[in-house]
Ligand binder design. Sequence first.
Ligand code: 2P0
Length: 349
Amino acid sequence: MVYEATATAPVNIACIKYWGKRDTKLILPTNSSLSVTLDQDHLRSTTTSRADESFEKGDRLWLNGKEEVVKPDGRLGVCIKELRNWRSVEEEKDSSLPKLSQWPLRIASYNNFPTAAGLASSASGLAALVASLARLYQLPQNASQLSLIARQGSGSACRSLFGGFVAWREGEKSDGSDSLAEEIEPQSHWPEMHAIICVVSDAKKGTSSTSGMQRTVETSTLLKERLKIVPERMKLISKAIKDKNFEEFAKITMKDSNSFHSVCLDTFPPIFYLNDVSKSIISVIEELNKSNGKIIAAYTFDAGPNAVIYSLKENIPKVLGAINKFFPTSEESKDPFKLTPVDLPENFD
Ligand code: 2P0
């Protein structure tokens, strides 16, 4: 009998950015964040987990075919341990269940896009790992409960367990039990929403998010100001999503991206994620919106120079026209990424 499960999770792109931890071990953020999960046909991680009594002792994991060390107290090790604990609770309740929690694991994960290129590979990777183990172990926990585990693998991973529009609530408790992700609206609520990924560079980023955000927490005075405005932004953007008010959604998204990169610059030594091409993309989007007499596109940038542009389907040709005019690209990268829900761990085999 083979006990094996596969799950996929897509990349999510934050409109309200997570940047800073109040607890680095449990990965508890200094502010809530909100993201849109991309269509899993495009940028996604796929993870297969297998438990077998006959495997040699110890868990092993391969990422894109290369073996990674699983340290028991490292991020991956903690996620595996927590999910194993949940499985052993089920095994205690029902003695007919095979003792999968006691068997070694072999895990293989693949990204269909470059790792560490500022395209949130850790988010989809950790979410797919948690989803595949939850499926292997047939866990009864829902996606929000699983997000508590994914969060400890990589903060932004907790949001990739859902499709559509997703909030990660910062929570108040010191044990992290209320710092979880929840769906604001499914993708089907606003299917016209599209995202275009502009890969400015697929090189590995200079300052990792993990170290960069803690340097910001330690040195930036501007971060304190940012933390005052994020709660109101969370409310306003959630309402904009519910009302399908694109202009309001876009304005908040662009302002929050600008705010995030400002605190990066206010970090000491400063962190620069945007390059000249990124800044030109901002200008092109501003001009496009001005010439249309209303906001039809929103840019946002994560911990790297690549742009994500949100726009409604009807305006995608205009956005692509403007981008291609100033930044000619290859044929395959002209395809806009549409959004669909993630394959949730509820659908256990
Ligand atoms: C976000 N980023 O909200 C923000 C915007 C980058 C810029 O979440 O240390 O890789 O693993 O919790 O999740 C990147 O941070 O950091 C991130 P860890 P993570 O998407």
